[in-house]
Design a binder for this molecule. Structure first.
Ligand code: GDP
Length: 296
């Protein structure tokens, strides 16, 4: 299960503080050390960890906590609040275009779950907003990806625009014309990925952006990649003005590094999470709920 080890270690570190009438500086230092190690072991970015520990210590040593009836509980609340802040505080929604269609472009490295997430998001929008989306197959280098998207389209009974053309920007342009004709309220664009970021991929994605002017450019990130995900996000963000992150594979035994580092390092909000291969396995991301889940 995701975050299992991190959860256990944080709970253990905090347990020593509960039930004590008075908490000494040494107690706080001990707990901070444990929390620090737990976060580093979960592959959270070291600078994020350092800032986090500094804040926790400062607040825990403050008069308000020290004078309270149950300082241990207060410290747990501080950790909870700071974990929430680390992941972005408030839930963030998709940007909506003032006129239809709202355009969502999905980008990311190969195998992170882009094509699957296009399907999940279409399903989510249909369920929650009675949306009538059109999907555009822009991952032209992998015939299997086009086929996969077509199958998803059949499953959901939504149109998938594809074309035998080597120019993705042109495909997207034609797909958008189709959406205009059909009055689709959402257009979801699947794009190609690579094993790592390269110039050719970025050039292609930039050209698609120039044609599509997406309201949302979502980077799909595999939670299992840990904090390395932050470098990928920064790489994509340099060229593409990302608007948010979809963190996939949270059903795996990820340690937590990506979920806990990506917002703090890049400033980009996690908007959705994926927790399975089915089209229904998509959730909106709530930093406070995630923090509570981690703290148990
Ligand atoms: P793409 O190359 O980025 O388009 O990735 P795909 O959408 O083809 O997904 C790659 C693999 O990851 C597929 O086997 C998906 O079923 C799987 N996958 C995608 N999202 C999730 C998820 O949230 N959890 C799990 N367990 N598998 C996922």
């Amino acid at each position: 299960m995701a975050f299992e080890n991190l959860s256990e270690r944080l709970q253990k570190a905090l347990k020593n503080l509960t039930g004590k009438g008075k908490i000494s500086e040494a107690d706080i230092n001990d707990a901070s050390r444990e929390i620090r190690l737990a976060l580093l072991e979960a592959d959270v970015n070291f600078k994020v960890v350092k800032d986090f520990i500094k804040k926790i210590k400062k607040e825990a040593l403050g008069k308000e906590v020290q004078d309270s009836l149950n300082p241990g509980q207060q410290i747990i609340k501080i950790v909870d609040d700071e974990l929430t802040k680390m992941m972005g505080e408030e839930a963030v929604s998709l940007n909506k275009s003032p006129h239809i269609p709202t355009i969502i472009m999905m980008v990311g490295l190969q195998g992170t779950g882009k094509t699957t997430t296009v399907g999940k998001l279409a399903n989510y929008l249909m369920k929650n907003e009675k949306a009538r989306p059109l999907l555009i197959a822009g991952d032209i280098y992998r015939p299997a990806a086009i086929e996969q998207l077509k199958q998803i389209g059949q499953q959901l009974d939504v149109p998938v625009y594809s074309e035998d053309n080597q120019d993705v920007a042109e495909i997207v342009k034609h797909g958008l014309e189709e959406a205009d004709k059909n009055k689709n309220d959402y257009v979801l664009i699947d794009t190609a990925g690579r094993l790592e970021i390269d110039e050719q991929l970025m050039d292609e994605l930039k050209r698609v952006t120039e044609v599509a002017h997406p309201d949302n450019t979502l980077l799909v990130v595999d939670a299992m990649t840990g904090q390395a995900a932050t470098q990928v996000a920064e790489g994509f963000n340099n060229d593409l003005d990302l608007t948010g992150i979809v963190l996939t594979k949270l059903d795996g035994d990820t340690r937590g590094g990506a979920a806990l580092s990506i917002r703090a390092v890049t400033g980009l909000p996690i908007i959705f999470t994926g927790q399975g291969e089915k089209l229904t396995d998509l959730s909106t991301f709530h930093p406070d709920r995630m923090a509570s889940r981690i703290l148990g």
